[in-house]
Design a protein around this ligand. Structure first.
Ligand code: ATP
Ligand code: MG
Length: 251
């Protein structure tokens, strides 16, 4: 196992220098919930980066701040202090409207709890990011049906999420996160409801997306069966990045 100092990983050649190779660069980000004695320090001066062309995993115990960090990177959660750049866009200095536009075009998010819209069919759920970006409904739904086939759900596009198993719903959420071809896909436990075979298929798909030019995939997971898909692994503990593993296959 190779470990790098979490604050010093830009020195191994791919971090900065000429041009910006960071997909995500988080500097000293702090996020608290609540006030006074009830204050919860979800993120404590977090230093984190993810690079173009990599699939980066984040691991750590329940409550250590993984989902909070993903939400900050996705621009869905504000933070108290620090800086967050995503593909060169400084989220800490953009307006809420600009962050929403940026997210719609550039980020796909697979939520821990899927967040499918129960009254829409699976294909309609998948086409939402395309409709937000102005695509015509018929074209968007055709694309959605194609992607549902890619994730192993051929013929289920006209069903409702409630007619699917948990693992199948998770795959609808995965299709929705990638349908608009975002630069950054952020996944909160994307294989938690999947068996080994389907989990591996999804990870192969995410790996191939991560390696396309100018892309990046960040995966939070508790699932050791998929660790070998990571290019690097960031370990969080108690609101901090504790370690970065450069060779997660040895974990
Ligand atoms: N909206 C909120 N209000 C108050 N506290 C919160 C809120 N969201 C998260 N927290 C707290 O912040 C800390 C980090 O939570 P977070 O959801 O980021 O953990 P996690 O690492 O994703 O855990 P898990 O592996 O269980 O999903 C926890 O102590 C949690 O209780
Ligand atoms: Mg979480």
């Amino acid at each position: 196992m190779v470990m790098a100092d979490a604050n010093n990983i830009s020195t191994n050649g791919n971090g900065n220098g000429n041009g910006n190779h960071y997909a995500v660069h988080v500097r000293s980000v702090t996020k608290t919930f609540g006030t006074g004695d009830a204050t919860i320090h979800a993120l404590r001066e977090v230093q984190f980066d993810a690079r173009e062309g990599e699939l980066l995993m984040i691991v750590g115990p329940s409550g250590c701040g993984k989902t909070t960090l993903l939400s900050v990177i996705a621009g869905t959660l504000g933070f108290d202090s620090g800086e967050v750049d995503v593909f060169g866009s400084p989220l800490h200095s953009l307006s809420k409207g600009d962050i929403t536009d940026f997210r719609a075009k550039n980020i796909g998010f697979i939520f821990q709890q899927f967040h499918l819209i129960p009254t829409l069919t699976n294909a309609e759920n998948v086409s939402v990011p395309l409709l937000i970006n102005g695509m015509k409904r018929a074209i968007a739904e055709k694309r959605a049906h194609e992607l549902l086939e890619v994730v192993g759900l051929k013929g289920r596009g006209n069903h409702l999420p409630s007619q699917l198993s948990g693992g199948q719903q998770q795959r609808v959420a995965i299709a929705r996160a990638m349908v608009h071809d975002p630069k950054l896909i952020i996944c909160d436990e994307p294989t938690s409801a999947l068996d080994k075979e389907n989990g591996a298929k999804i990870m192969e798909l995410l790996s191939s997306i991560a390696r396309a030019p100018g892309r990046c995939v960040i995966v939070v997971t508790h699932d050791p069966r998929i660790y070998h898909f990571a290019d690097r692994m960031t370990e969080m503990e108690d609101g901090r990045v504790a370690r970065v593993h450069a060779a997660p296959e040895n974990l």
